[in-house]
Design a protein around this ligand. Structure first.
Ligand SMILES: [Cu+2]
Length: 156
């Protein structure tokens, strides 16, 4: 004899298991992207005609492993033609600037991108930046997570 009640219970259980699995995957993704947070993101205002500027910010890592910032995207393609990770260093009393492939945020710590240190170099500005304008960029991290930030244009 076919037990409809049992069949229904089994059917519902399978559905629930399926949902649980999807939920777990979603939660993991959220955890990955929420371990990094950003504050004080700001872009240096430049006089009209200047095509290059810098972005500074503070990056916080709440996870137990270090995470690298590996790329920065301009999703709308509205800000600039290229965005690079840079580091300033003093060599023989001279300030030198070099591109780096990553900026590491140590576990349960933070790193500040600031004048004279790490910064994002924004190259090929498409428009003159207006003070207090809010821009949108996307940060890409080594753990696969991404974070959209809204830096403000400031006189720095
Ligand atoms: Cu630079």
């Amino acid at each position: 004899m076919f037990d409809w009640k049992l069949a229904l219970v089994l059917f519902l259980s399978f559905n629930l298991l399926g949902c649980d699995k999807q939920q777990a995957v979603g939660d993991n993704l959220n955890k990955a992207s929420s371990s990094i947070s950003v504050s004080n993101a700001r872009i240096r205002a430049m006089p009209p005609g200047q095509k290059v500027t810098a972005l500074f910010m503070d990056l916080f890592n709440s996870s137990l492993t270090s995470v690298d910032l590996i790329a920065v995207k301009d999703p709308a393609g509205a800000l600039a033609s290229q965005i690079e990770l840079h580091q300033n260093t003093h060599v023989d009393g001279m300030m030198k600037m070099a591109q780096v492939d990553k900026i590491t945020i140590p576990a349960q710590s933070h790193v500040s991108l600031q004048t004279g240190g790490y910064h994002l170099m924004i190259i090929g500005l498409k428009k003159t930046l207006q003070v207090d304008d809010k821009k949108e960029l996307e940060l890409v991290f080594s753990d696969g997570s991404r974070l959209v930030i809204h830096p403000l244009v400031k006189k720095i």
